[in-house]
Design a protein around this ligand. Structure first.
Ligand SMILES: *Cc1c(COP(=O)(O)O)cnc(C)c1O
Length: 221
């Protein structure tokens, strides 16, 4: 019989449209949960703490694509630079510089997303929409050749008011389209929005990468 993780994952694979990448958010969950999802074919996993991700990466198959979805501290980038697939939480220009440095040391080009602050909460990190557009205008590829800016990421306000959430996702999609006009890199194509509680709205509003944790792995402690 399939485990709960496997069943949840299957359901998501059937429900998430083609062209939308599913990142299974395994933060705080044990290796055995990740192995179940891996056996069911899942290869993209998201973690929010760099050291926890590095430990899991060490213990698990090397064809897993690891996504750093949490807040990035500059002094910890070195622990993920050898293997990370996509860094979602680049929240200020300085982070690009730091990521570039560690990527160069590992002889890699690391893909990242600019995190945009759209939620009403004070605590969420990120660029304002205008700051993100400004940053994209400063020739980041020329300045940071070991970093590839591959799109935008955001978290909506944590509220049951669907209209608020939908409006924020719509604003992100508009910003994404604007950003693509000024930043013509063909690799700039990811819009990472949507979690367990709001991924349907996010997909309706243009998301092509959803980060799903509790709906796959169950509640976190
Ligand atoms: C934890 C987390 C998620 C997943 O949240 P769920 O509600 O469990 O799906 C998605 N994105 C980020 C940035 C997170 O920190």
């Amino acid at each position: 019989m399939d485990s709960l993780v496997t069943e949840n994952l299957k359901r998501f694979k059937e429900n998430v449209p083609k062209g939308v990448e599913l990142v299974a958010v395994s933060k705080t969950k044990p290796i055995s949960d990740i192995e179940q999802a891996y056996s069911a074919g899942q290869r993209h996993f998201g973690e929010n703490r760099i050291q926890e991700m590095a430990e899991k990466a060490e213990a698990l198959p090397k064809d897993i694509h690891w996504h750093m979805i949490g807040h990035v501290q500059g002094n910890k980038i070195k622990y993920m630079a050898p293997f990370v697939h996509l860094v979602h939480g680049i929240d200020k220009p300085k982070r690009l510089k730091e990521l570039n440095k560690e990527a160069a040391k590992n002889d890699r080009v690391i893909k990242c997303l600019l995190q945009i602050h759209i939620a009403q909460e004070e605590t969420k990190f990120g660029f304002s929409p205008d700051e993100a557009l400004e940053t994209l205008q400063t020739d980041p590829e020329g300045r940071y050749p070991n970093v590839q800016i591959a799109g935008l990421m955001a978290m909506a306000t944590n509220t049951t008011d669907q209209a608020v959430v939908k409006n924020e996702f719509r604003g992100m999609h508009e910003l994404f389209k604007k950003a693509r006009q000024i930043y013509s890199s063909p690799e700039f194509k990811i819009l990472s929005t949507g979690m367990s509680g709001d991924y349907k709205l996010a997909i309706e509003e243009g998301s092509n990468m959803v980060r799903i944790g509790s709906a796959i792995f169950g509640k976190r402690d």
